[in-house]
Design a protein around this ligand. Structure first.
Ligand code: SF4
Ligand code: SF4
Length: 170
């Protein structure tokens, strides 16, 4: 099948993060990446960088081969890259493109929805809070969920993940 090079996409990534152009494909990132090791090479950060250099938007955004969402953002590749390529920052741009295209994991939507609803990705359970009280552990300081919602609405996060506000109100 023919491969389509998207020059606009490539230029956009390089403009956003010029370090992309320093990569000489040594493979140190994929050789050290814990996710690449666990997935036996199915996830491959070197390949994501190669596809970015080549402007293969279809592979990166539509097919997600490899999927940029599998990166755990541990930053080991960034620490070890001999060319100081900021891999995870480049991945952030690609993730934003995936979100624009509506292609992101359900787990991400669930976490983002929890932050919109409760102001935190993993809300405290009432049972845990009661247990803390019983044990005399000091009350937890919580940020205002309303303030967080206001900030996130400004970034249009709710629209990007198609958050259903009627669910919350109902
Ligand atoms: S370690 Fe750096 S230079 Fe080597 S392939 Fe990965 S991004 Fe490119
Ligand atoms: S930041 Fe992502 S790509 Fe880099 S080593 Fe960690 S999991 Fe792998």
């Amino acid at each position: 099948m023919a491969t389509t090079i998207d020059f606009n996409f490539r230029n956009e990534v390089i403009k956003d993060n010029f370090s992309l152009s320093y990569c000489f494909q040594c493979g140190t990132c994929s050789g050290s990446c814990p996710v690449a090791i666990v997935t036996k090479g199915r996830y491959n950060p070197r390949k994501i960088i190669e596809e970015s250099i080549l402007g293969l938007k279809d592979s990166l955004v539509n097919k997600q081969e490899p999927s940029v969402w599998e990166c755990s953002t541990c930053q080991l590749c960034v620490e070890l890259c001999p060319q100081n390529v900021f891999l995870t920052e480049i991945f952030n741009l690609i993730k934003n493109k995936c979100i624009e295209a509506g292609k992101f994991p359900e787990g991400f939507k669930a976490q983002a929805s929890a932050i919109l609803e409760y102001g935190m990705a993993v809300p405290f359970q009432d049972a845990i809070l009661r247990r803390r009280d019983q044990l005399g552990i000091p009350k937890l300081e919580m940020a205002s969920a309303n303030e967080i919602q206001t900030l996130l609405k400004e970034t249009k996060l709710d629209k990007k993940i198609k958050y259903d506000w009627s669910k919350k109100e109902g």
